[in-house]
Design a protein around this ligand. Structure first.
Ligand code: UDP
Length: 341
């Protein structure tokens, strides 16, 4: 299939694009390089990179000849969305609306959308079934849920096949060690713990008074290669080709607390990682854990890799790429800052 991967220069996007390309799909990447890396897009075999902003640039050239869109472009940080909700509704929601209108004009009828477990907010039931009512607590979750509603309505009205994949917490690097996580600033737990391990500095734990077994937040971590595989399965999913919308959870179904992640990182790296206990971070629910029953049934998806495997692959990436993708891989419209790592 000829597939447009938006956000394909980003962390999950590049690893997904590479998984599609190495399995015979013809990939084009659309990315504004505001947080993505030219070097990550360049590591996707045969992929052309179109540098464009979903909110501003004409999208017809990127969609020419495209049969399916895997849409990962967007902002994805819970705390940032609490501070800057407008950015999230603009980029995630309006950007996707613009993409859908352009797809309609281009006659592209399949879309796999990168959604999030943040649509559930404070879940009433854990593990969270896919049928649970979405009640997002933050602009991040709400901006993605609004897209799910648009996908449902566009599918009905215009005959799209639209699948939303609600990611839980992605971690790890690509199996070949070429692609990994490089955000600036880095806010995610696993890369922060590993950066702290490498530098011999303490890592903050945000909140130790949650109603969880050890008082720290529990999250469902899923290896980024397992996530990438789920996109491949979604693209090839059987079922109605038109007028169909469904949302699936993508997690491992196993919960790990922040303290457990740090303990596993100590084992994997052999480094003593000190912690500093800090107050809770805004917008963090105590426990997020997926039931992936629908994803298993409809896509044949099961996450295979353990937390230790995720941390080991992230550690290999961190030690082989201490400066991430390095200087010069970001566009001039990016932050333009010096690398810290
Ligand atoms: N977290 C932490 N210290 C850090 C970074 C994150 O304690 O340096 C916690 C955070 O408060 C949350 C969990 O780790 O409870 C996962 O956060 P992350 O930002 O990785 O992912 P999110 O769940 O926000 O998507």
């Amino acid at each position: 299939m000829r597939v447009l991967v938006t956000g394909g220069a980003g962390y999950i996007g590049s690893i997904t694009a590479r998984a599609l390309a190495t399995r015979g799909h013809q990939v084009r990447i659309l990315d504004d390089l505001s947080t993505g890396h030219r070097a990550a897009a360049a590591a996707v075999p045969g992929a052309e990179l179109v540098v464009a902003d979903l909110c501003r640039d004409p999208l017809a050239p990127a969609l020419a000849g495209i049969e399916a869109v895997v849409h990962l472009a967007g902002r994805a940080l819970v705390p940032e969305s609490v501070r800057e909700p407008g950015l999230y509704y603009r980029v995630n929601t309006l950007g996707t609306l613009r993409l859908l209108e352009a797809m309609r004009r281009a006659g592209t009828r399949r879309i796999v959308f990168s959604s999030t477990c943040a649509v559930y907010g404070l879940p009433g039931e854990v593990p969270i079934p896919e049928e649970a009512p979405p009640r997002p607590l933050t602009a991040y979750g709400a901006s993605k849920l609004a897209v799910e509603h648009m996908l449902r309505d566009f599918a009905t009205a215009h005959g799209l096949q639209a699948l939303a994949l609600r990611y839980f917490n992605a971690a790890g690097a690509s199996d070949d060690g070429l692609l990994g996580e490089d955000h600036e600033p880095e806010t995610h737990l696993v890369p922060r713990v590993l950066a702290a391990a490498a530098r011999g500095e303490p890592v903050p734990i945000y909140g130790t008074d949650y109603p969880t077994p050890d008082g720290t937040c529990v999250r469902d971590f899923i290896h980024v290669e397992d996530l990438a595989l789920a996109h491949l399965l979604a693209l090839q999913a059987p079922g109605p080709a038109e007028g169909f919308f469904a949302a699936y959870n993508l997690g491992s179904g196993r919960g790990h607390s922040v303290r457990e992640v740090i303990a596993t990182a100590r084992e994997v790296t052999g480094r003593p990682i000190a912690v500093v206990e800090q107050p809770r971070r805004a917008g963090d629910p105590p426990a997020l854990l997926a039931s992936c029953a629908r994803a298993r049934e409809a896509l044949g998806f099961t996450a295979r890799r353990s937390l230790a495997e995720m941390i080991a692959s992230a550690w290999r990436w961190h030690t082989s790429h201490p400066a991430g993708y390095g200087e010069g891989s970001r566009a001039a419209c990016g932050s333009g800052r010096a690398r810290k790592r």
